[in-house]
Design a protein. Sequence first.
Length: 57
Amino acid sequence: MRDTFLKQITEDDQRNNLYAMIEGDNKGSSYRAKIILFKDEGYAVLEIRVMATILIY
Protein backbone atom coordinates (compact mmCIF):
# COMPACT_ATOMS: atom_id res chain seq x y z
CA MET A 1 0.00 0.00 0.00
CA ARG A 2 1.59 3.27 -1.05
CA ASP A 3 1.23 6.64 0.60
CA THR A 4 -1.54 8.82 -0.80
CA PHE A 5 -1.59 12.59 -0.59
CA LEU A 6 -4.98 14.13 0.07
CA LYS A 7 -6.21 17.66 0.43
CA GLN A 8 -6.93 18.38 4.09
CA ILE A 9 -10.60 18.36 5.02
CA THR A 10 -11.35 21.87 6.19
CA GLU A 11 -15.11 22.17 6.28
CA ASP A 12 -17.67 20.34 8.40
CA ASP A 13 -19.90 19.65 5.40
CA GLN A 14 -17.06 17.75 3.72
CA ARG A 15 -16.59 15.63 6.82
CA ASN A 16 -20.36 15.12 7.13
CA ASN A 17 -20.51 13.93 3.51
CA LEU A 18 -17.85 11.33 4.27
CA TYR A 19 -19.73 10.12 7.35
CA ALA A 20 -22.90 9.88 5.25
CA MET A 21 -20.99 7.75 2.74
CA ILE A 22 -19.89 5.44 5.56
CA GLU A 23 -23.49 4.94 6.64
CA GLY A 24 -24.68 4.39 3.05
CA ASP A 25 -25.33 1.13 1.23
CA ASN A 26 -22.33 1.25 -1.11
CA LYS A 27 -19.56 -0.74 0.58
CA GLY A 28 -16.87 0.54 -1.78
CA SER A 29 -17.70 4.18 -1.07
CA SER A 30 -17.92 3.44 2.64
CA TYR A 31 -14.45 1.89 2.62
CA ARG A 32 -12.95 4.83 0.72
CA ALA A 33 -14.58 7.35 3.06
CA LYS A 34 -13.06 5.55 6.06
CA ILE A 35 -9.62 5.62 4.44
CA ILE A 36 -9.93 9.36 3.74
CA LEU A 37 -11.03 10.11 7.31
CA PHE A 38 -8.22 8.00 8.80
CA LYS A 39 -5.67 9.76 6.59
CA ASP A 40 -7.09 13.17 7.53
CA GLU A 41 -6.73 12.28 11.22
CA GLY A 42 -3.01 11.72 10.67
CA TYR A 43 -2.75 7.95 10.69
CA ALA A 44 0.12 6.36 8.76
CA VAL A 45 -0.61 4.15 5.78
CA LEU A 46 0.35 0.99 7.65
CA GLU A 47 -1.96 1.89 10.56
CA ILE A 48 -4.81 2.58 8.14
CA ARG A 49 -4.25 -0.75 6.45
CA VAL A 50 -4.55 -2.59 9.77
CA MET A 51 -7.63 -0.61 10.88
CA ALA A 52 -9.35 -0.96 7.52
CA THR A 53 -8.77 -4.71 7.54
CA ILE A 54 -10.25 -5.00 11.03
CA LEU A 55 -13.29 -2.90 10.05
CA ILE A 56 -14.03 -4.98 6.96
CA TYR A 57 -14.34 -8.28 8.84
